[in-house]
Write a protein that binds this ligand. Structure first.
Ligand SMILES: NC(=O)c1ccc[n+]([C@@H]2O[C@H](COP(=O)([O-])OP(=O)(O)OC[C@H]3O[C@@H](n4cnc5c(N)ncnc54)[C@H](O)[C@@H]3O)[C@@H](O)[C@H]2O)c1
Ligand SMILES: O=P(O)(O)OC[C@H](O)CO
Length: 329
């Protein structure tokens, strides 16, 4: 039996725990809240996220004890929002992951360091990248709960690791495929959140599908330029791990990033939009990291700059989208 430590109590951790445990893996499930663990143990349901999903407690072991959860596992799956990854993993000793494989399901960067989560993990725990992978692809936790057909891509420099983790995920409604591109997939996943957030801003201001289609097309070019500057190698960006992930987030009713952006476009402040959501929009943090990284690179990134001006410099969303209008073709 494969032994997994799931780190995080949010929607994505809940969806992945469902997939992995129903496939026969043993999932030690770490979350911060004692009350949520107690609720899960009593009722078999996560009280806060995807509450319709019932877990088999002979395979799923909720706990607030991070060290014990990690010690018992062969695989570590990281599913806390990127902003909390450092504070969560700092509780683990440096050599605790020595013989483990780590999968990041996070689509964001470590904000205080502006580094990819996988690079942070490799450095913090002295792990070679061959023991690390990412789960990517267009997949909303809410649709996993509904068992709607979904596709995931596991990226890792080790195709063997990626294939092994894909095997743990495949079921009658999830198809999972390995890919060798770790950095490209991860950067793309970080950036698609910024784009979805900007789509939400435009929608909140009253722009329609015609404008969003042009925004997304220009975004693909912006993302290609940035990812190539960070990690140049040939990649087919029309693959679902890249373009598919952008489309699902930019267009879906379930998207946290689009919903957050929509509130900003409608005039909410960042604080009030964050308070209104029970969920985390990664794009808010990603904008800052990518903007700061790009100070050195100097890549032409009008959409990211516009989102940064709105979210961190309090420039009016209407003004920024008006300026973008002139830049798009
Ligand atoms: N939800 C999805 O459909 C989905 C799909 C793919 C990837 N992801 C990625 O998964 C990651 C987790 O997102 P999510 O959607 O599960 O989150 P979520 O918005 O559903 O839940 C927020 C989570 O953050 C936790 N949290 C809040 N404050 C915290 C703190 N101080 N320390 C630790 N944890 C804290 C909450 O307990 C909760 O578990 C993100 O990087 C996201 O991009 C999500
Ligand atoms: O669409 P969002 O903003 O909820 O992000 C969730 C996932 O990244 C979708 O693959």
């Amino acid at each position: 039996m494969d032994k997994i430590a799931m780190i995080g109590g949010g929607s994505w951790a809940t969806a992945l725990t469902k997939i992995l445990s129903e496939n026969g893996a043993r999932v030690g499930w770490w979350m911060r809240s004692k009350d949520d663990v107690q609720h899960l143990l009593r009722t078999r349901h996560n009280p806060r996220y995807l509450s319709s999903v019932a877990f088999d407690l002979s395979r799923v072991f909720p706990s607030t004890d991070l060290k014990e959860t990690v010690e018992e596992a062969d695989w570590l799956v990281l599913a806390v929002p990127a902003a909390f990854v450092q504070s969560t993993l700092e509780k683990l000793d440096r050599d605790m992951l020595k013989n483990k494989r780590v999968i990041s399901a996070i689509k964001g960067m470590v904000p205080s360091k502006n580094v990819l989560v996988t690079d942070y993990v490799a450095e913090r725990f002295r792990l070679p990248h061959e023991r690390i992978g990412v789960v990517a692809g267009p997949c909303h936790a809410e649709e996993v709960a509904l068992e709607k057909q979904s596709y995931l891509t596991i990226g890792s420099p080790s195709l063997e690791l990626a294939e092994n983790f894909s095997l743990l995920l495949r079921n009658r409604f999830v198809k999972a495929y390995p890919m060798e591109d770790l950095d490209g997939i991860e950067y793309f996943a970080v950036m698609k959140n910024i784009i979805a957030l900007t789509c939400g801003i435009a929608h909140g201001l009253g722009y329609g599908d015609n404008f969003q289609a042009v925004l997304v097309s220009n975004a693909v070019q912006e993302m290609r330029r940035f990812v190539h500057a960070m990690n140049p190698q040939p990649r087919d960006l029309s693959a679902s791990a890249y373009l598919g992930d952008l489309l699902v987030t930019a267009y879906s009713q379930f998207s946290r990033n689009r919903t957050f952006g929509n509130m900003i476009g409608r005039g909410y402040s960042v604080k009030s939009a964050q308070m209104e959501m029970n969920m985390v929009a990664e794009g808010y943090y990603a904008v800052k990291s990518i903007h700061e990284l790009n100070k050195k690179l100097g890549v032409h990134m009008p959409i990211t700059s516009a989102a940064y001006h709105v979210l961190y410099e309090k420039i009016s969303p209407a003004v920024e989208i008006e300026l973008l209008k002139e830049k798009f073709r």
